[in-house]
Design a protein around this ligand. Structure first.
Ligand code: 5GP
Ligand code: ZN
Length: 118
């Protein structure tokens, strides 16, 4: 697995820094955001160090697809209501203009009853 020893999310996915883990498999790790912007807010990351969405390659497409497929399953597990009246938001911040602060690709999954902070 390609990790960056200086990367916060690489350290989290390896258990070197504690997190509230929601899911883990050989390629993917999911955990609660430390500063939630919504009642439910968690992050889904690849274990492999991919800095940004634009660093992802065609070979990463199945991994990205699996992360997207995991989002609604974990959202429901975390209490997001299903269907039109419920739901959740999935966000990827890419680069400074996209508001990215941690340079290890992550999906934000946010949900729960409104109002939210963002
Ligand atoms: P970005 O702005 O890069 O898209 O989002 C980074 C997210 O990571 C932010 O929502 C921030 O709250 C979260 N975050 C930053 N450091 C930590 C940490 O040490 N642990 C956890 N669980 N989340 C973090
Ligand atoms: Zn990393």
């Amino acid at each position: 697995m390609a990790h960056d020893p200086n990367c916060l999310f690489c350290k989290i996915s390896q258990g070197l820094i504690p997190s509230q883990k929601l899911y883990e498999d050989g390629e993917i790790y999911a955990f609660k955001d430390i500063n939630p912007a919504a009642p439910i807010h968690f992050l889904i990351i690849p274990k492999k160090h991919i800095p940004m969405l634009e660093s992802a390659e065609l070979a990463d497409a199945p991994l990205l697809g699996r992360m997207m497929e995991l989002a609604p399953r974990l959202a429901k597990e975390q209490g997001c209501r299903p269907g039109k009246d419920g739901g959740f938001r999935v966000v990827v911040n890419n680069g400074a203009d996209g508001g990215q602060e941690v340079y290890h690709l992550h999906l934000h999954v946010m949900g729960g009853p409104r109002p939210w902070k963002k």
